[in-house]
Design a protein around this ligand. Sequence first.
Ligand code: APR
Length: 169
Amino acid sequence: MGQMECLKADICQLSVDAIVNAANTRLLGGGGVDGAIHRAAGPELLAFCRQLGGCETGDAKVSPGFALPARYIIHTVGPVWQGGDRGEAALLASCYRRCIEEAQHLAVQSVAFPAISCGVYGYPHRPACDVAVASLAAALQGAPSVLRVILVAFSDEMLEHWQRALSHR
Ligand code: APR
């Protein structure tokens, strides 16, 4: 089964087969990691995403990586945190599961994830990482081609949350 690890990095710089984008339902770019990925991938990414027709919260769609080191970008839309009783955990788990399903379909071996919904969408970091690790552990059981999952932190605080979630699995 695929191994999970975490590190602090700019996901745009990682030489992995696929990176995951924490997008919005329009898939036309934005701030945060979405903005960074679009800047690094170049204008072809927006042109490609225009024909994807958006993405539901909890779902995932694939594009080429264009100017990125990564061959693919798996765009997913996390839930906006609304207090925790609006199905946010299930939607977040679905993001990670669907991204692994797409990675398996692409037969990629390495996938890097940002902390989906942990920025603009306001999901509390500690429970988000626990949901992510549990969902990934389950999804990886059915994704034999995915050998390496990298959980990327963009801050020391987030790295500590990833490390804690991985140590408690
Ligand atoms: N590399 C890795 N992680 C990053 C990077 C980067 N270059 N830039 C930001 N992050 C981290 C943030 O620090 C946060 O922990 O990604 C995590 C997700 O935060 P956001 O990018 O704000 O994503 P999210 O909370 O899912 O909100 C999505 O924000 O940018 C818009 O278009 C996007 O509307 C969508 C919403």
